[in-house]
Design a protein around this ligand. Structure first.
Ligand code: GLU
Length: 408
């Protein structure tokens, strides 16, 4: 079986034919990350000192400093971090922001850590990768199971070693230490702006929507869509989901999740499993949780006509092919969830320019940026008669290749 990374880079070969003027070496280089860093670092936990494994994969930096989140999860593997780093290089290129792509991960189960231990892990990981990060070098951010608080500890640890307060080394920080207004909402809101484009381009009338994942991203997407009158008929988290064909009250679900830990305790609605949610007869499906949730086992059962990928890599390569054959319109992750890194860029700009932008300014700039990216991708898709995913790869690889060529 091909690894996730092999599957991820396979698309480079599939889009080569649309970029015939570029030398072979450009594509070959994009299949290889610039640098893979594996760190083994000791951390003091309740039961004694343990050695943890962490990664930072710096995929490409021809367009600017490396950029990408840090994931804490027991499921983290090098293969996964390499794929996520590769997608960041493409994502920053589609968004047309002056960054390359990177990703970090620590193999650790945050659900088993108390606050002190989480702080110890966050600080120790930064000490371990200190040499390779920096505001003009590589700028981490949150990803799965890393929060604003984790970012705060990381900035503090970096600043201590540097002997200089350095907020621009990390984005997704709390506002009080230089974080940006709107960063928390950014990925979900970006997804909502994409939804508006789909509704306009495909003339959708009162589409029904199902959202898989009710973390920061899924919740904010659902919240903005609900506020604008869209009907979210199902949401779920890792424990299961709820369904109501008349639509769900998202704020009520948020409160239930805060109070009890899961939306399944919202007894006002019918229960639904994650599997059922994905296969619901809705117009738009929004996977906003894990990789590979739509795969060759369930791809044939998907009834949605549109998919907005707010998670990274929610469709396997096989699923993507099956859905494409069934004419499902998939807005790919590197476009659909780029709102997060776009506002990370705004945060970094505010830090290095000593500026503070209002939430309205951030939202307005995000809307302009992501709408523009969507339109660039759509135009490319129409021009070459390819899927939005292939179009976004063509656009991204072209933007990276144009600069790479000058540096060869
Ligand atoms: N982890 C997020 C992503 O996958 C955000 C990255 C960032 O803001 O640098 O896009």
């Amino acid at each position: 079986m091909a690894s996730l990374y092999e599957d991820s880079i396979a698309l480079i070969d599939e889009i080569k034919e649309y970029l015939s003027g570029y030398p072979h070496i450009v594509f070959e280089k994009l299949k290889e990350p610039d640098r893979i860093i594996t760190v083994k670092f000791p951390v003091k936990l309740k039961d004694g000192v343990t050695i943890l494994t962490g990664y930072r994969v710096q995929h490409n930096s021809v367009r600017g400093p490396y950029k990408g989140g840090i994931r804490f999860s027991p499921m983290v593997t090098l293969d996964e971090v390499m794929s996520l780093a590769f997608w960041m290089s493409l994502k920053t290129a589609v968004a047309d922001i002056p960054y390359g792509g990177a990703k970090g991960g620590v193999v650790v189960d945050t659900k088993k850590l108390d606050e002190q231990e989480l702080e110890a892990v966050s600080r120790a990981y930064i000490r371990a990768i200190f040499d390779v990060i920096g505001p003009q070098k590589d700028i981490p951010a949150p990803d799965m199971y890393t929060t604003e608080q984790v970012m705060e500890w990381m900035v503090d640890e970096y600043s201590k070693i540097k002997k200089e307060f350095t907020p621009a080394v990390i984005t997704g920080k709390p506002i009080k230490i230089g974080g940006s207004q709107g960063r928390k909402e950014a990925t979900g809101l970006g997804g909502f702006y994409i939804l508006e484009q789909l509704v306009r381009d495909y003339d959708l009338k009162d589409p029904t929507i199902a959202v898989q994942g009710f973390g920061n991203v899924g919740y904010h997407f659902a919240k903005f869509a609900h506020e604008q009158g869209y009907k979210i008929v199902a949401v779920s988290d890792s424990q299961g989901g709820v369904y109501n064909k008349e639509g769900l009250d998202i704020e009520y679900l948020y409160e239930i999740k805060q109070e009890t830990g899961s939306v399944i305790n919202a007894t006002r609605y019918d229960p639904i499993t994650n599997k059922e949610l994905l296969e619901l007869d809705v117009d738009i499906l929004v996977p906003a949780a894990l990789e590979g949730v739509i795969n060759k086992e369930n791809a044939k059962n998907i009834k949605a006509k549109f998919i907005i990928e707010l998670a990274n890599g929610p469709l396997t390569k096989e699923a993507d092919t099956i859905l494409d054959e069934h004419n499902v319109i998939v807005v790919p992750d590197i476009l659909a969830n780029s709102g997060g890194v776009v506002v990370s860029y705004f945060e970094w700009l505010q830090n290095i320019r000593s500026e503070v932008w209002s939430k309205d300014t951030v939202f307005e700039k995000l809307k302009l940026k992501i709408t523009r990216s969507y339109q660039d991708v759509k135009k490319t898709a129409d021009k070459y008669k390819v899927s939005l995913r292939k179009a976004s790869y063509i656009l991204a690889v072209k933007r990276i290749a144009d600069i790479m060529l000058k540096k060869l």
